[in-house]
Write a new protein. Structure first.
Ligand code: ADP
Ligand code: 5GP
Length: 202
């Protein structure tokens, strides 16, 4: 059986990652999602165990000590990390899994698993990014300023990614993500069984 594919999604805060992922999972419910462990406070509307497990700094540092994280990073004063086991279990079972991480996390995963396929969600412009982040209304002015600084650093590293998805129109961006995913499934190394099956019956 083929192993599943790891898809990495990154992009500056406010670029629309969550919005696109909600639409993506409606269209492709079979894709698994890696739930991150994080130490930031829960936002209004967030639910424990859906996108994130909200844990303490001490619990997070224990996970680092026990090598339970595939990658982790500190972002605007909080830890964010990807638990290793659920990702390894899903790809062993042949399932594709989506991991949302920042650029440092993506680089760590690519180093350990170069076969992972990475996508960077690009806003149409920096001004639009600021509009979306402010418009979301989840962060204070001070945090928005810090996130915009971090966004600039992330956009400068977008060329490290395999694919750039521009999120101008939501439906188009979701279709672009699905196209990347489909093309990965069609790669010859994923289709070996078909070649063998056809040849066997010759
Ligand atoms: P992220 O997960 O990358 O931080 P969000 O998905 O929370 O970003 O999106 C930030 C804000 O921008 C939200 O208010 C969302 O509704 C809005 N948004 C997302 N995509 C678009 C788009 N293509 N056009 C206009 N607004 C968008
Ligand atoms: P937010 O606080 O807006 O939910 O996320 C802030 C940043 O952390 C985003 O860039 C997001 O992609 C990133 N992030 C989310 N989960 C992880 C993770 O598990 N690891 C790393 N390195 N970054 C993450």
């Amino acid at each position: 059986m083929n192993k599943g594919v790891i898809f990495i999604i990154s992009g500056p805060s406010g670029s629309g990652k969550d919005t696109l992922m909600v639409e993506l999972f409606k269209k492709c419910p079979e894709i698994k999602f890696s739930i991150s462990s994080i130490t930031r406070a829960m936002r209004v509307g967030e639910v424990e165990g859906v996108k994130y497990n909200f844990i303490s700094k001490e619990q997070f540092e224990q996970m680092i000590k026990e090598d339970k994280l595939l990658e982790y990073n500190s972002y605007v004063g909080n830890y964010y990390g990807t638990p290793r086991k659920p990702v390894e279990d899903e790809i062993e079972k042949g399932n594709n899994i989506l991991i949302e991480v920042d650029v440092n996390g993506a680089a760590q995963i690519k180093e350990k698993m170069p076969e992972a396929v990475s996508m960077f969600i690009m806003p149409p412009s920096f001004e639009e990014l600021e509009r979306r982040l402010s418009g979301r209304g989840t962060e204070s002015e001070e945090l928005i300023r810090k996130r915009m600084q971090s966004s600039l650093d992330e956009i400068k590293r977008a060329s490290e990614y395999d694919y750039i998805i521009v999120n101008d129109d939501i439906a188009t961006a979701v279709d672009d993500i699905i196209s990347v995913m489909r093309s990965c499934q069609l790669r010859q190394e994923k289709q070996k069984h078909i070649i063998e099956e056809v040849l066997e019956k010759c």
